[in-house]
Design a protein around this ligand. Structure first.
Ligand SMILES: NC(=O)c1ccc[n+]([C@@H]2O[C@H](COP(=O)([O-])OP(=O)(O)OC[C@H]3O[C@@H](n4cnc5c(N)ncnc54)[C@H](O)[C@@H]3O)[C@@H](O)[C@H]2O)c1
Length: 354
């Protein structure tokens, strides 16, 4: 029997990498993508599946309970993979309210509708809905900041530092409580920084590439020594797939590639790749454009994931290494930017470098 899975936020960066991957791998699923298309959602990212017979898009907000109830009933939703979120830390500093609304209230709405639709009472699923799973996509940022050593495990105490990470941590707690209180079949994955095609211009890697190609200053916060643990987006998608299908109910799995890089290393690496793929007219390196700017308030120093649980229990392993992944990524953005230039819209898509 073909089951319908609700994917939220599928027009964003990770969701739009996940949906084509999942559709191709699992002929037994229909995918319903519910996304309100904020500035971060882009249906261009899903062109390749828009006419797929097992894919459907609905424009709508996860905070709209009536709509979410309608979607569950109308399409008989048998599983949820919940990506939808406000996801940019800088925006959460400028405007925290919408983060609380979408990430906390939206997650509550979604999981509460799922519980009512699938369960008749605590710890008792309705006939035909036994085992229906709610998978919440979260971040390593809920654990706060590390010093020079150590890694985040699933047992690291939560210590979120930005309104973004605090809203994600709150959502994680709500999901946890639905497992403990109602016996809903939940799983949570906390992943490190993703990179790859289809990421919004505002994020670090697209910002570096666009700034370089526009001959603008490449803005790097503070001293550039903040460390992130980078994972190629399709490796994250494979981890989600494994946890959704094989993870234990109520469990949390960290996903990360053991690929720690400082922001300045990332900028230098991208400049080196661009120097080869699209040399500057003046023959000099794009590195010259790197400019340090005032640090982000409350900027976490280091994130690093210990992914041994998902590796040992579910057999996950990153397939992409950073050296090849970053070249693929830069090539994808180059192609996109050239296409935009040909469509003569490059001037209207000036990047918000900060
Ligand atoms: N990008 C990363 O490096 C990273 C790392 C770990 C975890 N995550 C988590 O993964 C998920 C996806 O991240 P992303 O980078 O793809 O984000 P994104 O910002 O690129 O996409 C978010 C999507 O959610 C949609 N959306 C926002 N508010 C909504 C609402 N109220 N109702 C319906 N749709 C809404 C947007 O339109 C957009 O399509 C998020 O939950 C994020 O916290 C991201």
């Amino acid at each position: 029997m073909v089951k319908t899975i609700l994917v939220t936020g599928g027009a964003g960066f990770i969701g739009s990498n996940f949906i084509p991957y999942f559709l191709e791998k699992y002929p037994e699923y229909n995918i319903m993508n519910l996304d309100t298309l904020t500035y971060a959602g882009n249906l261009e990212n899903l062109r390749e599946v828009e006419n797929h017979p097992r894919y459907k898009f609905i424009k709508g907000n996860i905070c709209n309970r009536e709509l979410v109830e309608y979607v569950f009933k109308e399409y008989n939703i048998m599983g949820v993979i919940h990506f939808a979120a406000e996801s940019h830390v800088d925006n959460s500093i400028a405007n925290p309210g919408v983060f609380i609304e979408t990430n906390v209230y939206g997650t509550y709405t979604l999981i509460d509708v799922a519980r009512n639709f699938w369960m008749e009472s605590p710890f008792r699923y309705k006939n035909d809905y036994e085992g229906c799973r709610f998978h919440h996509i979260s971040t390593d940022e809920v654990y706060g900041s590390l010093g020079e050593t150590g890694f985040f495990t699933e047992n690291t105490p939560y210590a979120p530092n930005s309104p973004y990470s605090a809203s994600k941590a709150s959502a994680d707690m709500i999901v946890r409580s639905y497992f403990k209180t109602y016996g809903l079949n939940t799983v949570i994955t906390n992943c490190s920084n993703n990179y790859g095609p289809k990421q919004h211009n505002e994020k670090l890697i697209p910002t570096i590439i666009r700034s370089a190609l526009n001959e603008d200053p490449i803005p790097i916060y503070g001293d550039g020594r903040n460390i992130r643990d980078w994972l190629y987006v399709l490796d994250h998608c494979r981890g989600i797939d494994l946890v959704f299908h094989k993870g234990k109910p109520g469990e949390v799995y960290n996903i990360g590639g053991r690929n720690e890089k400082t922001n300045i290393e990332i900028a230098n690496k991208i400049c080196e790749v661009l120097d080869k793929l699209k040399p500057r007219r003046n023959g000099r390196s794009y590195k010259e454009l790197i400019t340090f700017v005032d640090d982000r308030p409350g900027h976490d120093r280091r994130y690093a994931i210990d992914a041994s649980k998902i590796k040992s229990e579910l057999g996950w392993k990153a397939k992409e290494n950073f050296e090849s992944g970053i070249v693929k990524t830069v090539k994808w953005y180059l192609k996109k930017i050239i296409k935009e230039d040909n469509g003569n819209i490059s001037n209207t898509t000036h990047i918000n470098a900060k």
